[in-house]
Write a protein that binds this ligand. Structure first.
Ligand code: G3I
Length: 454
């Protein structure tokens, strides 16, 4: 029998989770006891959170990673976690404002506002997203061969990014470079590196017209042989990662912008049946993963999103497994959609019972960057994130990599770039702060710090 004094000591030593912080979920190994006045509530299978029993304002003192004291203010008006927050526009501070920064920062740059409006205390984007029932994530490639410590520390920082998508490592050409020979070394590296940092992982992708291996592109296939290749590929990769990933982008970019089917290998030989075949195979091989169809230029209502809506409806009518729609979000500064237009579009998918996510967000500009372009970019990011936050069915947002020096944009669009939330020095841009505000639908105060307590 354990002596009562020892039990008391154990109880005292047990960590208590502060309000709005994670207290459980799949893979969670941290503390589960919530601070007095809050209870541990499930937001989704991966995220349980300490939430107040009533909607009140509170303030907790804590310390940042350097041990310096800081105060985190929780403005909990209507913070019942119903995901029905009203949007609070991000207003860049005026130069005459007095500093209210409550987190120390040695990293502010000229693009970072000196002060931010009063509101919720700034902490990492993922922590802010979690406080509103969602995740904030990023994507990466090549980290097994990268000694850029600043990039690795930021990309693997759970406070900022709770979801990881390998940009290339799980694609067909990487994972099945010759027929029937599978290579998951890069994918394994990213999955386990991210899991070590408590990040969940999004599988990307099984069926795409691009990054198809040469043996597959150059072969001569019948309907039966190509279906067999497709099924075998999905069975092998999905089984390999069975139970380890949050979601799979099963189908990537199946339509042209006008809503017609893309005449790729899959469509030409199998026809539209490649979609239900892939979804059904993925479900059987990895039953707990969320299954997505993912595409770009589907942020708002139009021919392409209409085609996706019809496809999704068709799949559901036939009881084909489909859980969500991935809205990639490769956007352009100054011509990005309004939050309301995004929300209105995805309300149609939500009405079918589907979840959705912004899966590859970046907002590029024509270089060189200017103060005006950065301000417009911050506004555009706010709209994209706000479009998710205003929709109860939107589970989270991921950017397509972390800092501008790792973005795919400059290699694809020669005169464009600077599309991400962090600059090439891994410092937060103005858009970082507008995203923080949009994630909470509140104003935020404080400066970026390299690490926030989780
Ligand atoms: O791996 C080869 C390497 O061996 C070779 O030396 C090098 C020379 O260029 O190319 C390397 O392959 C590149 C690959 O990325 C890995 O770095 C390809 O050229 C390059 O085209 C490929 O680009 C990827 C692109 O998809 C392909 O279309 C980007 O990194 C990746 O970010 C991008 O991601 C897509 C999503 O999957 C779907 N949505 C759109 C998004 C942006 O295009």
């Amino acid at each position: 029998m354990v002596p009562s004094t020892l039990m008391a000591i154990v109880a005292i030593a047990k960590a208590t989770v502060p309000g709005y912080y994670q207290c459980g979920g799949i893979g969670w190994t941290g503390a589960t006891d919530c601070v007095t006045g809050t209870v541990c509530m499930s937001q989704n299978p991966y995220f349980y959170q300490c939430l107040p029993l009533t909607t009140t304002s509170s303030s907790t003192s804590t310390s940042n990673s350097t041990g310096e004291p800081c105060t985190t203010s929780f403005v909990t008006t209507s913070f019942t976690h119903s995901k029905t927050f009203t949007s609070t526009a991000y207003v860049p501070p005026t130069s005459s404002s007095t500093s209210t920064a409550s987190l120390t920062s040695s990293t502010a740059t000229s693009t970072v506002p000196a002060t931010l409006p009063t509101g919720i205390g700034l902490r990492g984007l993922n922590l802010l997203a979690q406080a509103n029932g969602r995740y904030f994530g990023t994507a990466c490639d090549g980290i097994w061969n990268n000694d850029d410590q600043a990039y690795l520390a930021l990309t693997g920082n759970y406070s900022e990014f709770g979801m990881m998508t390998p940009t290339n490592a799980m694609k067909f050409d990487t994972t099945e470079p010759s027929q029937g020979t599978f290579n998951y070394s890069n994918a394994n590296y990213i999955a386990s590196w991210s899991h070590d940092r408590s990040q969940v992982v999004r599988g990307h992708n099984f069926v795409w017209y691009n990054q198809v291996p040469y043996w597959l592109m150059s072969g001569t296939w019948t309907n039966a042989t190509l279906v067999s290749i497709l099924v075998n590929h999905i069975q092998d990769e999905a089984s390999h990662f069975r139970g380890k990933l949050y979601a799979w982008d099963v189908i990537n970019e199946p339509f042209n912008d006008d809503g017609t089917w893309r005449a790729d290998l899959w469509y030409q030989i199998i026809g539209p049946a490649f979609v239900p075949i892939a979804l059904t195979t993925a479900r059987a091989a990895d039953p707990d993963a969320r299954l997505y169809i993912n595409d770009y230029n589907i942020e708002t209502i139009g021919p392409k999103s209409n085609a996706h809506l019809a496809l999704a409806q068709s799949m559901l009518n036939q009881s084909i497994p489909l859980d969500g729609i991935g809205c990639q979000g490769h956007l352009i500064v100054g011509v990005s959609p309004e939050a309301d237009a995004i929300t209105a579009n995805f309300a149609r998918f939500a009405a079918l019972g589907l979840e959705w996510a912004i899966t590859e967000l970046d907002i590029r500009m024509t270089l060189p960057e200017t103060t005006a372009l950065l301000a417009q970019q911050a506004s555009d990011y706010s709209n994209a994130v706000g479009g998710c936050v205003a929709s109860a069915a939107c589970v989270g947002i991921s950017t397509w990599d972390t800092s501008d020096d790792y973005s795919w944009i400059p290699s694809a669009f020669k005169t464009q770039g600077d599309a991400l939330l962090f600059d090439s020095n891994k410092q937060p841009k103005l858009a970082y702060y507008s995203v923080a505000a949009a994630l909470t639908a509140m104003t935020v105060q404080g400066q970026f710090a390299s690490f926030y307590e989780v």
